[in-house]
Design a protein around this ligand. Structure first.
Ligand SMILES: NC(=O)c1ccc[n+]([C@@H]2O[C@H](COP(=O)([O-])OP(=O)(O)OC[C@H]3O[C@@H](n4cnc5c(N)ncnc54)[C@H](OP(=O)(O)O)[C@@H]3O)[C@@H](O)[C@H]2O)c1
Length: 198
């Protein structure tokens, strides 16, 4: 299993890569424009974490993570964690999701924001696209909607999502206020139990 983390050197993907590398044998691809692996992940104990060059604004670079796993005979990418670039118009993310669908990726976790409902402008458009793909093609998705600050509990929650079978369940929506975080997910009970235990 291979997980592609966009925003690879950022505040959520770097700790996520640590957690995944420390606790699982999954291959983790860290995607960013610089295409670097943060110093803290450079040790041999993090050899399953690989940096790849990726730019939301350079469609040619979207192929890089897929080429990387093929060239290294790693397992194909099956999960993608989506972190938007710092921009209002993020519609290119929908095109990338469609691109990844063509490569048979079926599971997506989107980092959005509490203000953005599905269908709203900007990240809401990406949320709406995932919902549509869920209905039309059975895509599995979760949207994380932090309010103001991405703390450790949000990273822990994303980790849980990426390593659990939660995306394989029936779709329901929920609002979980305890963490100042809204999660619109494919399943409720398991997620709620997890968050209450944090
Ligand atoms: N931080 C918060 O408290 C908070 C709260 C709510 C929502 N959010 C959302 O979280 C997202 C930011 O996530 P974060 O805090 O984990 O990241 P971050 O720390 O802001 O880092 C941004 C990451 O994205 C990469 N990046 C920037 N522009 C890119 C581009 N054009 N193409 C590819 N990669 C690019 C950067 O690496 P390179 O520079 O090497 O490309 C870096 O790895 C935003 O969408 C924001 O709306 C954040």
């Amino acid at each position: 299993m291979t997980i592609l983390l966009t925003g690879g050197t950022g505040k959520t993907s770097t700790p996520l890569a640590h957690r995944l590398s420390d606790r699982t044998a999954q291959t983790v691809l860290l995607a960013s424009r610089k295409g670097i692996k943060p110093e803290t992940l450079s040790g041999s104990n993090h050899s399953n974490v690989h940096p790849v060059t990726f730019d939301w604004y350079d469609r040619n670079s979207w192929q890089n993570p897929f080429d990387y796993v093929t060239s290294r005979t790693l397992s194909q990418i099956d999960y993608i964690y989506l972190v938007a670039p710092f921009a209002w118009d993020v519609t290119m993310m929908n095109d990338f999701i469609d691109f990844a669908r063509e490569k048979s990726v079926n599971k997506f976790v989107l980092l959005s924001a509490s203000q953005a409902e599905a269908g709203d402008p900007s990240l809401g458009q990406v949320h709406g696209h995932l919902k549509k793909l869920s209905t039309e093609q059975g895509v599995q998705w979760v949207v994380i909607r932090p309010t103001w600050f991405i703390g450790n509990s949000v990273v822990q929650t994303i980790y849980f999502l990426l390593t659990s079978s939660i995306l394989q369940k029936t779709s329901v929506n929920t609002k979980l206020k305890a963490l100042g975080t809204r999660i619109q997910s494919t399943q409720y009970g398991e997620m709620e139990r997890h968050l209450l235990s944090l």
